[in-house]
Design a protein around this ligand. Structure first.
Ligand code: PLP
Length: 486
């Protein structure tokens, strides 16, 4: 690491990335290569001596980039966006540049994490009991999955301490059939039997939200069978169709039965900094824990997930095993007063990327007003796209939109819907759009209905991209419908 080389080579890579962003629109959005292509292009053993940066960047352009799906393309409308920003990039550089190991050796890292989590909590208007001043606590995790594992493990520990560790096979977790599949994975990771994960049904008439009645009935049934309900997860902005679970009502049911109540707002949470969306978090005071991911819609590079727990009873430090190894102790561990959190006890790993500086830079460079503007612009574009869909009577919007995700499909050509035929029709349409390389979307199925998801929010997406997308969809729809009628 020689300072002159560092500076010169880093500048070259930054120029390379800047050039990539300038031209990203020119690449096919969805990678067009066949998996397995790379091994024919790159040597299968490591070089013995150093290679030049020019050669490496050249190989990236010719060999790596064709195998990339361009999440930063303005024509990327799949999954949920992984938004970026100049500030996010600067924050990411500082995060990597300092390359801290454990935060307990750097008071600035630990204190900045507490501060930045309090800032985020204030922007989301979380109750004071989630803030450090209210004895709550926030911690940065790498993913929603890690946030789920940590909260599940803490909730499990609390209940097993009381009921006995042999009772683990009787613990039950509740969520809706729209909840992200990562929850089920995490439930199994913490040792809960797969058969004790209740994936409760939702319906169109309830906007694919979990109803408190459905939750309570399931809990009652399990109690009657001698099982032990212990954790419920609500989602604000489900991945399939952007549904929002009724936080207030589900929270009350969770309180009634003394269940840990977690809210996964990985996507929708960012929108809740706008007063017009904040009502989706009404009832958050019932939650033991709440998470949202700035790496989705908050202009912050992957990875970055904010997790808060309310009041010291829910402390992750109490729930996660603390292994007191001598080499992990710092001077502060012996002291009576703790002015700095030891975040290694609030997560799985001991080491931690300096995520706090990344998010801190993102927040400072933008400010609340810019974040609100960014969310509202995406929602406005989504509403515009929705209006285009509504004007073409071959199409329909399938699920009422809450944020910037539009769920739509080609209607069935016959008056009596044939679900299989409609699915084929829409599958073909999606395939044709994605194959064109001009846009990328994915599908979802809810209540047996196959539809196409258009998730607007990629940082570079503007109205012209939405207009082009819609033209492309209409054009492909015409040929797909023609093929079907022949
Ligand atoms: N929850 C929701 C609502 C999501 O949309 C996603 C990912 O898209 C996840 C959880 C999983 O997130 P992660 O990959 O950060 O664990």
């Amino acid at each position: 690491l020689e300072p002159t080389d560092f500076s010169q080579e880093s500048k070259k890579v930054i120029d390379f990335i800047a050039n990539y962003y300038t031209n990203v629109e020119k690449f096919p959005v969805l990678s067009q290569v066949k998996p397995g292509y790379l091994k024919t292009l790159l040597p299968d053993s490591a070089p013995v001596s150093s290679e030049s940066l020019e050669d490496i960047l050249n190989d990236i352009t010719t060999s790596i980039m064709p195998g990339i799906t361009h999440w930063q393309s303005p024509n990327f409308f799949a999954y949920f966006p992984a938004t970026t920003s100049t500030a996010g990039f600067l924050g990411e550089m500082l995060c990597s540049g300092f390359n801290l190991g454990e935060t307990n050796t750097s008071p600035a890292a630990a204190e900045l994490e507490t501060l930045v989590m309090d800032w985020m909590a204030q922007m989301l208007e979380l109750p004071p009991s989630f803030l450090s001043s209210g004895n709550g606590s926030g911690v940065l995790q790498l993913s929603t999955s890690e946030a789920m594992v940590c909260t599940l493990a803490t909730a499990r520990e609390k209940v097993l301490r009381e009921k006995g560790y042999e009772g683990i096979s009787r613990l039950v977790v509740y969520a809706s059939d729209q909840t992200h599949s990562s929850l089920q994975k995490c439930v199994e990771l913490v040792g809960i039997p797969p058969s004790n994960f209740r994936c409760l049904p939702t319906t169109y008439s309830d906007g694919f939200s979990l109803t408190p009645r459905t939750l309570e009935d399931a809990i009652e049934k399990d109690i009657e069978s001698g099982l032990v309900p212990f954790y419920v997860c609500a989602t604000v902005g489900t991945t399939g169709c952007g549904a929002v679970d009724p936080v207030e009502e589900l929270g009350k049911v969770a309180r009634k039965y003394n269940l840990w109540f977690h809210i996964d707002a990985a996507y929708g949470g960012s929108a809740c900094i706008c007063p017009e969306f904040r009502h989706y978090l009404d009832g958050v005071e019932h939650a033991n824990s709440f998470s949202m991911s700035p790496h989705k819609w908050f202009l912050t590079y992957v990875d970055c997930c904010c997790l808060w727990v309310q009041n010291p009873d829910n402390s992750l430090k109490e729930g996660l095993p603390t292994i007191g190894t001598e080499y992990l102790m710092n001077d502060d561990d012996d002291s009576e007063s703790k002015d700095m959190e030891d975040y290694k006890d609030w997560q799985i790993a001991s080491n931690k990327r300096f995520l706090a500086i990344k998010l801190w830079v993102v927040i400072r460079r933008h400010g609340l007003a810019t974040f609100r503007f960014h969310i509202r612009s995406d929602v406005k574009l989504a509403s515009y796209f929705e209006s285009l869909v509504a004007k073409d009577n071959r199409f329909e919007v399938v699920v009422p939109r809450k944020f910037a995700l539009v769920c739509f499909r080609l209607k069935s050509s016959h008056s009596k819907e044939d679900k299989n035929q409609n699915q084929e029709l829409n599958k073909n349409l999606l395939l044709e759009v994605n194959k064109s390389g001009h846009a990328f979307m994915i599908h979802a199925v809810v209540d047996g209905v196959f539809f196409i998801r258009c998730a607007i929010g990629s940082t570079l997406t503007q109205e012209c991209h939405v207009v082009s997308l819609w033209k492309l969809i209409q054009e492909k729809a015409t040929s797909v419908l023609l093929n079907f009628s022949n």
